[in-house]
Design a protein around this ligand. Structure first.
Ligand SMILES: NC(=O)c1ccc[n+]([C@@H]2O[C@H](COP(=O)([O-])OP(=O)(O)OC[C@H]3O[C@@H](n4cnc5c(N)ncnc54)[C@H](O)[C@@H]3O)[C@@H](O)[C@H]2O)c1
Length: 283
């Protein structure tokens, strides 16, 4: 018989408990969450994944997306038996984000998981881009991420519980997004997404004492609203030439990664970046 030690808090074989189910770690049953950019490809699919996993979810996007958000919220509520509500907010506007904090607490009670995902790639985002293109990109992508992360961590800390923040970074945060012999127009976009990644890492260190985790996901090319109407079919093979898997990703392939980062399946993961890019980043 040995004396208890500090290491007794680390169980060696949790699976030996007959009631233990490792898949339960991916559940969000009883959790409350919100998704910004919720009307978009990634946002819609993460909302659906979190709702299926048992969370009540607020889908947050611009008022112009009302015709998408209202039926989506109704469909997901009915299908998964959870509460899904649309909320409207421009994430780059501090007053609107402060009002969002009140709406989230009113509608959900609290927030345990947040997908901080709203983003734009503004046309003309190249080396000679006008100031307005730079500013709009930084305002929505980076300042918007800061503002929504602030209200999230404040709700969690005020309510005395931990949680998980997942930020959408991008493959463009890590390289110049090389297509057909040169960089894509992602000058401010890449800078904003690199900033998001570093901000997520900072928050991981600062918020760990409160039980709050903070991670980023970096999608590669995913067929969604960000490309619809902006690229021709011939672009598919050109864009996927440097991707080892030679295809775009699907929105659901990002949603599974975000479910992992939001749920207790990743309970020892914080301050990381999960590349979901078909291998693009290996070169
Ligand atoms: N699709 C890809 O290949 C890809 C790759 C890497 C990163 N991303 C990032 O993923 C995120 C989601 O993009 P998506 O691919 O789903 O594109 P999308 O265009 O379908 O969705 C983006 C959503 O953000 C919303 N939005 C824009 N400005 C906003 C604002 N000021 N306030 C609130 N909402 C706003 C839009 O209305 C839209 O619904 C973005 O941050 C994007 O940069 C996408």
């Amino acid at each position: 018989m040995t004396d208890a030690t500090i290491f007794d808090q680390y169980p060696l074989d949790q699976w030996k408990d007959p009631a233990h189910r490792i898949m339960d770690r991916f559940s969000l049953a009883g959790k409350k969450g919100f998704v910004t950019g919720g009307a978009g490809g990634l946002g819609r699919n993460v909302t659906a994944a979190w709702a299926e996993a048992g969370a009540d979810v607020a889908i947050v996007d611009l008022p112009r997306t009302k015709e998408t958000l209202e039926p989506l919220a109704q469909e997901l509520s009915e299908r998964y038996g959870v509460k899904v509500v649309p909320l409207y907010c421009d994430v780059s506007d501090k007053e609107q984000v402060d009002a969002l904090k009140t709406s989230l607490v009113d509608e959900l009670g609290t927030v345990d998981v947040a997908f901080i995902n709203a983003g734009v790639n503004v046309p003309g985002d190249d080396a000679d881009e006008p100031y307005e293109v730079w500013q709009k990109t930084i305002d929505i992508n980076l300042t918007g991420a800061y503002l929504t992360a602030q209200i999230t961590q404040h709700i969690m800390r005020e309510h005395g519980h931990g949680g998980s923040l997942v930020f959408t970074s991008s493959l463009s945060a890590h390289n110049a997004n090389f297509i057909a012999g040169g960089p894509s127009p992602v000058a401010a976009y890449g800078a904003s997404k690199a900033g998001i990644y570093e901000y997520a890492r900072y928050l991981a260190a600062a918020l760990a004492p409160y039980g709050i985790r903070s991670n980023a996901v970096s999608p590669g090319y995913v067929w969604s609203g960000i490309f619809e109407g902006r690229i021709v079919p011939e672009a598919h093979d050109v864009m996927t030439a440097p991707v080892p898997m030679h295809r775009f990703g699907t929105n659901e392939e990002i949603a599974t990664a975000v479910l992992f980062l939001a749920s207790d399946a990743s309970s020892y993961v914080t301050g990381t970046n999960l590349q979901v890019d078909g291998g693009y980043s290996v070169y």
